[in-house]
Design a protein around this ligand. Structure first.
Ligand code: NAD
Length: 507
């Protein structure tokens, strides 16, 4: 088993740049109407490094009243100078923000590592991706266009007419984000919302507010008018709930668990606001008999253990054909036991800590459940000695569909393997589709016809062939079934913040 390499005296704060230390030492407040303010009750929450337990910063939190102030600011800004900007002027602001993020890339990277525990290579990818995202939506903002269409007969019979459509921003958007990739999940919503012309209130996760607060600072530097971007740190049941139910919020975009997604829908019903949901997953990975094991072994380890398995796309239900099963498991166990585990600041680390002790304990209890229900633990399952919320990457074989670890989203480094003997694609797809979720999935085979036939049968928003979780700025992403409503990324990500108005003129 890999061991936790963090010595008791090692301090992560001594291993980050002066700019990051300076940022951590500043006050962390709420962004309302272009100004940083303390919460009305003056209370704070502490955010800690999950790899060491060290406190990083105290962050002001807001409750219902602060959400109300932020929503009012966003509603006023929506009809204020912001609404008078052209698409091109909005695009210029988005591009300027992208450049400012690039200038602060090292601090963003270090904040994501410190606050979330992610390995450096993921944090660096994330920051590159958010820069790309703002640039992409700066381009998309310039191409927001309606259409002209043939007027209906009952009008043209009497007179000449002209019909066209206009795309307009939805209004005030509430953006509620999780802790697993904090800045990325926020920007996936913020960039298209601003491109569309919406104003926003962001509610970061209480676990990981720091990088989103830095982004807030940069929106001011970039020149977004006051009230266009507001940020309220706080707890979900309180600030998050108020944002979801607020009568002046026109749209909620939520990323988080399916259980919380249901609460968001219930809260949003009051004014029937538009709702987009990016929820949980339990994604299948299907290894057909002709798959190339040299790709499969690192591929499925990455599919399950990327970001310590705290990844909505994680391939956690692995189906391996009998003919490859034993060889694949042997290689996979060896590969997994060599994954470098440690602090995300070290460039060598592949595998960091889980977000909190409470979350690690929850994941650990799933492992106990797996053992009790008869799955075979072939590697991992232990909590390494020492500091931090580490948990060894864990693989169970001999799993079956009714086991809890196969049915429920664990959101941790737990792989479940089921073996199968059929090559009938309907039967294989039925196994893969035996879940309430439908977010991601992958098919591993050297036969292109098999690959495409199987992809067509799998019910998920994203299915990859000989790779897993292939996300990119311009590729739509979202879930079937209980994995969510709507799509993010690409043009569909922008459409989620636009309304279509049809205009017919009798000439
Ligand atoms: P979570 O549902 O606990 O919290 C998500 C956000 O919702 C947080 O900001 C939280 O404060 C807030 N919240 C909590 N209760 C609320 C309420 N009653 N009303 C309004 N807001 C509330 O999720 P998490 O633990 O932060 O993240 C993990 C989950 O997110 C996993 O299920 C994962 O699959 C999912 N996720 C999905 C995607 C995707 O794109 N589909 C991406 C990342 C994470």
């Amino acid at each position: 088993m890999p061991s936790n390499i963090i010595e008791a005296s090692w301090s992560s704060l001594e291993h980050v740049s002066q700019a990051t230390r300076d940022y951590l030492n500043k006050p962390h407040q709420l962004l309302i109407n272009g100004a940083w303010v303390a919460g009305l009750q003056g209370d704070t929450l502490d955010t800690c490094d999950p790899a060491t337990g060290e406190k990083l910063a105290s962050v002001a939190i807001g409750h219902e009243n602060e959400v109300d102030l932020a929503v009012n600011a966003a509603a006023t800004a929506f009809v204020g100078p912001w609404s008078a900007l052209t698409h091109f002027e909005r695009a210029t602001l988005l591009s300027r923000l992208a450049r400012l993020i690039e200038d602060h890339a090292d601090t963003f990277t270090e904040l994501e590592i410190l606050d979330n525990g992610m390995p450096r290579f993921i944090a660096e990818l994330t920051i590159k991706n958010i820069v790309e995202m703002f640039n992409y939506y700066a381009g998309a903002a310039q191409r927001i266009e309606g259409t002209t269409t043939n007027p209906p007969h009952h009008i043209t019979a009497e007179a000449e007419a002209l019909t066209y459509t206009i795309k307009e921003p939805v209004g005030v958007a509430g953006l509620i984000v999780p802790w697993n990739v904090p800045i990325s999940t926020a920007v996936l919503k913020l960039a298209p919302a601003l491109a569309a012309g919406c104003t926003v209130v962001i509610k970061p996760s209480e676990e990981t507010p720091l990088s989103i607060l830095l982004l807030g600072e940069l929106t001011i530097q970039a020149g977004f008018p006051p009230g266009v971007v507001n940020i309220i740190n706080g707890y979900g049941y309180d600030a998050g709930h108020r944002l979801a139910e607020h009568p002046l919020v026109d749209k909620i975009s939520f990323t988080g668990s399916t259980a919380t997604g249901r609460k968001v829908i219930a809260a949003a019903m009051g004014n029937l606001k538009k709702v987009s949901l990016e929820l949980g997953g339990k994604s299948p990975v299907v290894i057909m008999p002709d798959a190339d094991l040299s790709l499969v072994v690192p591929g499925i380890a990455m599919a399950t253990f990327f970001l310590q398995g705290q990844n909505c796309m994680a391939g956690t239900r692995i189906f391996i054909h009998d003919s490859l099963h034993d060889e694949c498991i042997q290689q996979l166990v060896a590969f997994t036991e060599n994954l470098p585990l440690g602090h995300g600041l070290s460039p060598a680390t592949f595998f960091g800590p889980l977000i909190s002790k409470a979350h690690r304990d929850k994941v650990y209890s799933y492992i106990q459940k797996g053992i009790e229900e008869g799955a075979t633990l072939v590697t991992g399952g232990q909590i390494p000695e020492g500091r931090g919320n580490f948990l060894a990457p864990t693989i169970f074989t001999d799993c079956s569909p009714e086991m809890t670890i196969v049915k429920e989203e664990i959101f941790g480094p737990v792989m479940t393997v089921q073996r199968f003997s059929t090559t009938d694609l309907d039967a294989v797809a039925a196994m893969a589709n035996n879940t309430e979720y439908g977010l991601s999935g992958s098919v591993w085979t050297q036969n292109l016809a098999t690959a495409h036939r199987l992809v067509a049968r799998i019910r998920a928003g994203q299915v990859s062939i000989n790779c897993h979780g292939a996300i990119a700025t311009n590729i739509p992403f979202g879930g079937y079934g209980q994995s969510g409503w709507g799509r993010e990324f690409g043009q569909e990500g922008l459409d989620a913040y636009l309304e279509t108005k049809a205009v017919t003129a009798r000439l």
